[in-house]
Design a protein around this ligand. Structure first.
Ligand code: CP
Ligand code: NVA
Length: 307
């Protein structure tokens, strides 16, 4: 059964099936209480391990609630709960977990940890964020954009900030879903060249621009993220370099009036984005967070061969 590791490793038809399923079940659940079970309780025979080696609010809650709504059972494990924190290898953890559970979701640091788990697990593994990527988030972001503004194909996404893990997954999505990507950040913060290459090799246009105004002018979506990710050291000089790349009302005034603003959250208000923008009319950040729930349920079903 397939793993869900990176957006550029899943066939685009399957990505589309996941999004379609998420849209359908979201609609079916419209207005129901969060605890109402989904029609057919598709996960009623399954146990899912949700491992968090880094902090999480949205990923933890959305996966856990998602498993429950589908009638499955979830076990949420923080790194401190596991012998992993005392040195047990990803290989041994994966071999053993495969005897207890049907599906593993893991949020971890190095990409190689998740690769090692996949190599040794006999059940599917889902990437719930690594230092390198955050594919579940960007699936929710594509779903959210299309709900608000129609098909993402041919549209332009402007990323303002640092070329981090979320940015890498956006570049994967640009290649797979056929949208263009403008990166705007200071020199030295550019996204990984491999991801830029993936997007361009799939026919998407990728532009690196140091001028935030140029960058947002023709954008259909503006997106940013924390300047310092969970795996990075806090460096005050680093933040100084990024100051000119804050998404604020003035920057938005150069964009199309109906531009969609996204942020995966948690946000650092008045740092990478002002409250005026985050809470303003262009912002869809809460819809993004909600859609994590819907899209991840469909990702889990896809991994288990249920869609
Ligand atoms: N966006 C996101 O992944 O949020 P959490 O870190 O709270 O899970
Ligand atoms: N880039 C951020 C995303 C958090 C959801 C981080 O890795 O900390």
């Amino acid at each position: 059964m397939p793993d869900f590791l990176e957006i550029n490793e899943v066939p685009v038809n399957d990505l589309r099936s996941i999004l379609e399923d998420a849209k359908r079940v979201k609609l079916e659940r419209n207005g129901k209480s969060r605890g109402v079970l989904d029609v057919g309780t598709p996960l009623s025979d399954f146990v899912v391990a949700l491992i968090f080696e880094k902090q999480s609010t949205r990923t933890r809650l959305s996966f856990d609630v998602g498993v429950r709504q589908m009638g499955g059972q979830s076990i949420v494990l923080a790194s401190t709960d596991l012998q992993r924190s005392r040195g047990e290898s990803a290989k041994d953890t994966a071999l053993m977990l495969s005897r207890y559970v049907d599906l593993i979701m893991i949020r971890t640091f190095a990409d190689r940890v998740i690769r090692e788990m996949v190599e040794h697990a006999s059940v599917p593994v889902i990437n719930g964020l690594t230092d390198y990527s955050h594919p579940c988030q960007i699936m929710a972001d594509v779903m959210t954009f299309e709900e608000k503004a129609g098909p993402i194909k041919g549209k332009t996404v402007a990323w303002v900030g640092t070329g981090n893990n979320v940015c890498n997954s956006f570049l994967h999505a640009a290649g797979q879903f056929g949208f263009n990507f403008v990166f705007c950040g200071p020199e030295g913060f550019d996204p990984d060249q491999r991801e830029v290459f993936f997007a361009t090799s799939m026919g998407s246009e990728v532009i690196i621009d140091r001028n935030p105004v140029n960058c947002v002018k023709n954008a259909d979506m503006i997106v940013t993220d924390a300047w310092i990710s969970m795996h990075e050291e806090v460096d005050p000089v680093y933040k100084q370099k990024l100051k000119a790349f804050q998404v604020n009302k003035e920057l938005l005034s150069f964009a199309k009036p109906d531009v969609v603003f996204m942020h995966c959250l948690p946000a650092h208000r008045e740092e990478e984005v002002t409250s005026e923008v985050l809470d303003g009319p262009n912002s869809v950040v809460l819809d993004e967070a909600e859609n994590r729930l819907h899209v991840q349920k469909s990702i889990m079903k896809w991994c288990l061969g249920l869609i």
